[in-house]
Design a protein around this ligand. Structure first.
Ligand code: AHR
Length: 333
C-alpha cells in the first residue's frame, strides 16, 4: 500500500523526480509537523530531530513548520497523508482539536509518533510511540525550588509575592506546568500568587508582560516563568525598570537552555528546571525498532531531567539542584 502511494506521488511530481524513484521508493519517509520557532528550546528541538533523521542512511525528512497555527499543522498532516509518508512525528501547538485529523492518520495506517506536547485525544487514537516532558512535574519543581530557596533565606515567615508567567494558552506544556505550579503552592502557604498571565513562550511577550506587571503590581518578589525565553525577556524588563534581576526579583525559568545558564552564572536568573528538547536519540532507535517490526505500548516516555541554579543543593521532587556554573560547558542547547 505504502509503495503504491509513493509511486503515485513520484509520477505526479514529474519526470525528473521519476528518474530518482528507485532511491525514493526504498527510502523511509518521515513527516515532521513542528509547531513553529517560538523559543531557544524549539530551535534546539527542530535542529536535533531533523539532524537525527537527515543523518540516518535511507531516511528522508519531510519537514513542516506550523508557525504557531493549528490550521497550518492540520494542513501539514493532510499533506503527509496524501504523500503517503511512512511515519508522522507530531507535536501540537495546543492540546485540543486534533481528534479528526489524527483519526485520519490512523485510518491511513501511518504510524504516528507523538513528541513533546501530547494531544488531549491521545487515549482515543493509536500511536506507535510517545515522548514528552513531564510538564506537571516541571511545574511542581518550579514552585518547590522557590519554596525551598525562600525557606533557606529565612523568608518563609513573610508573605512572598509571586507572579506566574504562563506559556501558550491551551498548550500541553502550559496546562501541565500551571497544574503543577498550583498543586505545589499548597505546600508553601507563604507564597502568594499576585498575578498570572500568558507570555506565550516568547522572549518579546515575556518582556512586555513583565513591563506591564512592574507598572501595576507594587511588590513582586518572585517570577515563575514557564520557559527560559520568557524569563530572559523579563530580565530585560526588570533591568529597564531600574531593578536588579536575580536579587530584587527571584527568577525561576524552565527548559535549561544555555542562555539561562549564562544568566544564572551572571546572577540575573536564579534557577531553571530542565525540559529536554533532544528527542533525536530516542527517535532513531524507536523508528529502527518499528521498521524491524517491534511494537511499543502506549506509555508516554518522559526523559530524566534536572534542576540547575547558582549554588546547587536545593531538594525538589525527585532530584537535587546542580550548580549551573559546574555544567554550563556541557550544555548543547
Ligand atoms: O513544549 C515545550 C515548551 O515549548 C518549552 O518549554 C518551550 O520553551 C517551548 O516553546
Amino acid at each position: 500500500m505504502k509503495n503504491i502511494m509513493k509511486k503515485l506521488l513520484v509520477s505526479v511530481l514529474g519526470v525528473t523526480v521519476l528518474a530518482a524513484s528507485s532511491v525514493s521508493v526504498s527510502a523511509v519517509t518521515i513527516g515532521f509537523s513542528q509547531i513553529g520557532q517560538e523559543s531557544d528550546w524549539r530551535t534546539a528541538n527542530t535542529d536535533d530531530v531533523c539532524a537525527a533523521i537527515e543523518n540516518h542512511e535511507g531516511w528522508e525528512l519531510v519537514y513542516s513548520d506550523g508557525q504557531q497555527k493549528q490550521e497550518n499543522q492540520i494542513q501539514a498532516l493532510n499533506n503527509f497523508i496524501t504523500q503517503g509518508v511512512d511515519y508522522i512525528l507530531f507535536t501540537g501547538v495546543v492540546s485540543s482539536g486534533w481528534d479528526e485529523i489524527l483519526a485520519e492518520v490512523n485510518e491511513n495506517e501511518i504510524p504516528l509518533i507523538l513528541l513533546d506536547r501530547i494531544p488531549d485525544c491521545a487515549d482515543k487514537i493509536d500511536y506507535a510511540a510517545a515522548f514528552g516532558g513531564d510538564f506537571p512535574l516541571e511545574g511542581r519543581r518550579q514552585i518547590q525550588w522557590v519554596g525551598e530557596y525562600m525557606k533557606a533565606q529565612g523568608r518563609d515567615s513573610e508573605d512572598v509575592n509571586v507572579v506566574i508567567m504562563e506559556g501558550t494558552t491551551g498548550s500541553d506544556a502550559q496546562v501541565g506546568r500551571t497544574e503543577g505550579n498550583l498543586a505545589a503552592l499548597e505546600d508553601y502557604p507563604f507564597l502568594k500568587v499576585v498575578e498570572q498571565n500568558t507570555g506565550n513562550f516568547t522572549r518579546a511577550e515575556g518582556q512586555a508582560l513583565m513591563e506591564s506587571w512592574l507598572k501595576s503590581v507594587d511588590d513582586i518578589d518572585v517570577l515563575v516563568a514557564q520557559n527560559d525565553d520568557m524569563a530572559l525577556g523579563a530580565v530585560d524588563a526588570i533591568k529597564a525598570a531600574g531593578l536588579v534581576p536575580g536579587e530584587d526579583i527571584i527568577i525561576v525559568g524552565c527548559d535549561s537552555v544555555k542562555a539561562a545558564f549564562e544568566a544564572i552564572v551572571a546572577g540575573e536568573m536564579n534557577a531553571t528546571i530542565e525540559c529536554t528538547p533532544l528527542y533525536g536519540a530516542f527517535l532513531v532507535p524507536t523508528i529502527e525498532a518499528l521498521e524491524a517490526g517491534e511494537t511499543f505500548d502506549k506509555e508516554i516516555i518522559h526523559p530524566e531531567e534536572g534542576v540547575f541554579d547558582a549554588e546547587g543543593g536545593i531538594e525538589v521532587e525527585g532530584t537535587v539542584s546542580v550548580k549551573a556554573a559546574d555544567v554550563i560547558d556541557e550544555r548543547v542547547y
